[in-house]
Design a protein around this ligand. Sequence first.
Ligand SMILES: [Zn+2]
Length: 86
Amino acid sequence: MDIDTAFCYHCRRHHPLVEMRQIASKGGKKWRCIKSIQATKQGIAARDAFGRQVTAMNSTKQSQIVKATLNPLNPLNQETRTENCP
Ligand SMILES: [Zn+2]
């Protein structure tokens, strides 16, 4: 992989340089990803909304898994299947 990366001091991980901005600070120049800069600009409210979105996505995924797990155990489904069998 030839993609240049830099260490993001906000996320404490490396991102591709194209997703990052260099920030001048007292201790020198630091790299920070555009996403984290925008998230800070939008404020805590926006970050909370993003967190809720992720939580909603996770719970939707979880309920889908629960449904998929429960369906074969549903006695109504089994009865229907038996009736449809010749
Ligand atoms: Zn970052």
